[in-house]
Structures are given as C-alpha cells and as structure tokens.
Design a protein around this ligand. Structure first.
Ligand SMILES: C[S@@+](CC[C@H](N)C(=O)[O-])C[C@H]1O[C@@H](n2cnc3c(N)ncnc32)[C@H](O)[C@@H]1O
Length: 203
C-alpha cells in the first residue's frame, strides 16, 4: 500500500538540515552521481529553477570557473556566487531563447528542466500541460546544447510519454528513464536523460 503523503518526509528534513532550498536537490544529485553529465568548469542551464535546489547542486559541480544559469517564471533569491546567473523568464513566451542567450551567449554542456505546471487535478489536462513544458525544454536544449551534451527533463508518465521518448531519440544517442529515490512514492514523474546530443546540421 502507498504511504500517505508526508510534506515533511526524510528528503524535506534532509534538505533543511543541509541548507538546500528544495528537496528536489537530491533528485539531480542522484542523477549526477549515477552518470557524469557535468564537471568542473562546465556550463549548465536549469529551466524552471525556482526556488533553486537543482541550481545549488549544479553551481557546486561547475564551480567558480563554470557557469550555472537558472530561469523561472518566479523570481529566485540571489545565490551570492558570481558564476550563477538567474532571470525571470517564461519558457512559453516567444522571447525565452533570447533572454537565455542574454545571460550566457555560449552553448551548454548540460540542460536540466524540472519545470512543472500549476496542476488543477484533472489528470489529462495536467499531463498535457506538463508535456508541453517538457517539449519546450527539449526545443531549448536543441538550440543551446553543445554537440555531445546532455539533457535531463522531468516528464509526467501519461498518454504521450512514449512519443516524447521517441522525440528525445531523434536528438540524443542515448536516452534513458530515471526515477530518483527522492521522487515521492505516489508521483507519476520520471526524468528522461538524453546523452550524446547530435547538433542539427547548419543551414
Ligand atoms: C518543481 S518546481 C522546480 C524546483 C527546482 N528544480 C528546485 O530544485 O528548486 C517547478 C518550477 O517550474 C516553473 N515553471 C512552470 N511553468 C514555467 C514556465 N512556463 N516558464 C518557466 N518556469 C516555469 C515553476 O514556476 C516552478 O518554479
């Protein structure tokens, strides 16, 4: 039987104790522990970054010689680290890519997206909105990743999930589905990890 929902579960308490802004920090930490997608001096873009749990972990991995960019429709508290750059950006707005490029003109080694819509409790609608955000994240990754780079994206398992996996395989040599330990037991979310990005040929 599934455990009852506990907003203050062990990952919540661990995040508080270790100074993380969100328990989701442990999800990206586990994904990066399993696969080396990023290293010191790297460049990473985090989509849907507020309040900044992922970004704290990513900023630590790249260190002061790297760059960690985080964007969200919600404003984030500063990180006090000059290599962490944040901005309020709606990923569904037409200027999203320009706003990201204004923060970092170069390409990224890793793009992550933990974006999630405000759910309304209607499964099909929530799934469709979530997939729209995952697809938008994929199109940003395609425009901003270095050849050989990686992409980690949260997706809610639903009707079109297999189609999304196919879309990922068009751009990435390796695609796998990961469910980190910090994911709540009753959640439908998984992370799709794409590696070995093959940049589209120049026009
Ligand atoms: C689960 S939270 C992300 C938590 C974050 N990874 C962390 O570790 O702190 C999902 C985020 O997606 C953001 N989001 C939803 N729709 C968005 C959009 N259209 N553009 C940018 N961010 C969006 C929300 O504002 C929210 O902060």
């Amino acid at each position: 039987m599934a455990k009852p929902y506990d907003p203050k579960d062990r990952f919540f308490l661990k995040a508080k104790a270790e100074g993380f802004r969100a328990r989701s920090a442990f999800k990206i930490e586990e994904i990066l522990r399993r696969q080396k997608l990023l290293g010191k001096g790297g460049a990473v873009l985090d989509l849907g970054a507020a309040p900044g749990g992922f970004l704290q972990v990513l900023a630590e991995v790249v260190g002061p010689h790297g760059v960690a960019v985080g964007v969200d429709i919600v404003e984030m508290k500063g990180f006090g680290k000059p290599w962490v750059k944040t901005a309020v950006v709606d990923l569904l707005a037409p200027d999203a890519l320009d706003r990201i490029r204004a923060l970092h003109a170069g390409r990224f080694d890793l793009v992550t997206s933990d974006m999630a819509p405000k759910t309304i409790g209607v499964k099909v609608t929530d799934e469709a909105r979530s997939l729209e955000l995952s697809r938008m994240a994929l199109s940003v990754a395609v425009e901003t990743l270095k050849r050989g780079g990686s992409f980690v994206v949260k997706v809610f398992m639903g009707g079109d999930f297999p189609i999304f996996q196919k879309e990922m395989r068009v751009h990435f040599g390796k695609v796998e589905v990961v469910r980190p330990e910090a994911t709540r037991e009753r959640s439908f979310e998984v992370f799709v990890v794409g590696r070995m990005f093959s940049a589209p040929p120049l026009p």
